[in-house]
Design a protein around this ligand. Sequence first.
Ligand SMILES: CC(C)(COP(=O)(O)OP(=O)(O)OC[C@H]1O[C@@H](n2cnc3c(N)ncnc32)[C@H](O)[C@@H]1OP(=O)(O)O)[C@@H](O)C(=O)NCCC(=O)NCCS
Length: 167
Amino acid sequence: MSLRVPGPGDEAAARAAHAELAPDGFRFLLTPELTWAEQLDRLHLDSRGVDLRRGQVPADFLIADVAGDVVGRVSVRHTLTPLLLDLGGHVGYAVRPAYRGRGYASQMLRLSLERLAALGVSPALVTCDEDNAASRKVIERCGGRLQDVRAVAPGVPGKRRYWIELG
Ligand SMILES: CC(C)(COP(=O)(O)OP(=O)(O)OC[C@H]1O[C@@H](n2cnc3c(N)ncnc32)[C@H](O)[C@@H]1OP(=O)(O)O)[C@@H](O)C(=O)NCCC(=O)NCCS
């Protein structure tokens, strides 16, 4: 597996992944309403921290590629805002339903942590919903130490917050 920047040839797979992940409440594409070329430009600016929207931090949007197949994606956030510190953490990830249960999310998180270490981040914060058993397993397998479970809102699962020492 490699994590790579999306390119012109990834549009069909990325839009398909976006539709497949909607039932999980996960946005594969951050700005699906833009043309593909506009999205690629936006991601390039996001990774360099240029012209960010309010509350955004510099972040890499990377596709998880296994032998040419787009199996998922990660967002690697270079810093934390108060909201990310509370709930979102440094890394967001999702695996397309057809590719789950093969260890891909664990590999994606490991590679994302390498990217954060290269940026000088340590420890990294990774979070998941209290009822997301698969994600919990992924984070704990990558060395996550549970700090706490934060309440989000009434009737909404709490957020498990883990720190992972890097380097
Ligand atoms: C969470 C997610 C990324 C996991 O992807 P994945 O590639 O299947 O993960 P992995 O194969 O690396 O590991 C998942 C582990 O959880 C286990 N698992 C899966 N569903 C489970 C469940 N309902 N209960 C308990 N364990 C479960 C798997 O068996 C596997 O453990 P194993 O390797 O010991 O068998 C994927 O389900 C997903 O994209 N979900 C929607 C988006 C999301 O929730 N993202 C995370 C946001 S924090």
